[in-house]
Design a protein around this ligand. Structure first.
Ligand code: NI
Length: 155
């Protein structure tokens, strides 16, 4: 049973797909590939990135819960963002994001306090527990919503 802070992270993760859908509904197809500069991601790339990152997150949560202080392997986000599957329609990733967020929320809802405190080694942050990982991914999703708004010149 999560405490109030933990529950807040779970709720943000649970509500994220609806929030993202709401934002994307305001964006025209013609705007999806706009970039502020050549080295920044388009909205399309950001959405596919969130699907990759949060699919990975589900596995990181499970490794942390069920392995003995695992070390997370870094991933090449910028290389991934240039692969052909990042040119697909958004729906190919929005379905993944919806499913993954539901699964992470159900998983986290089921944890006891000892499980929330289990730890792993993050490549840049060092030792990290499940609660900090939940905070990290709740914040990660939000930061990419802010990035989409910025990409569209809205913030
Ligand atoms: Ni990211």
């Amino acid at each position: 049973m999560p405490n109030a802070q933990q529950q807040a992270y779970v709720d943000r993760i649970r509500n994220y797909p609806a929030q993202l859908d709401e934002l994307l509904a305001t964006i025209g197809e013609g705007e999806l590939d706009n970039r502020i500069t050549a080295d920044e991601w388009s909205t399309r790339q950001i959405v596919h990135h969130v699907a990759d990152a949060h699919t990975r997150a589900l596995l990181l949560f499970k490794m942390t819960l069920f392995e003995d202080k695992p070390s997370f392997v870094p991933w090449k986000q910028d290389v991934f963002a240039e692969t052909d599957d990042y040119k697909l329609p958004l729906d190919d990733s929005l379905g993944i994001i919806r499913g993954i967020h539901h699964r992470i929320a159900v998983l986290l809802d089921s944890l006891d306090e000892a499980q929330w405190q289990r730890t792993a080694i993050h490549p840049t942050r060092g030792e990290i527990n499940v609660e900090q990982l939940a905070a990290l991914y709740a914040g990660h999703g939000d930061s990419h919503i802010a990035q989409i708004n910025k990409t569209l010149g809205r913030a």
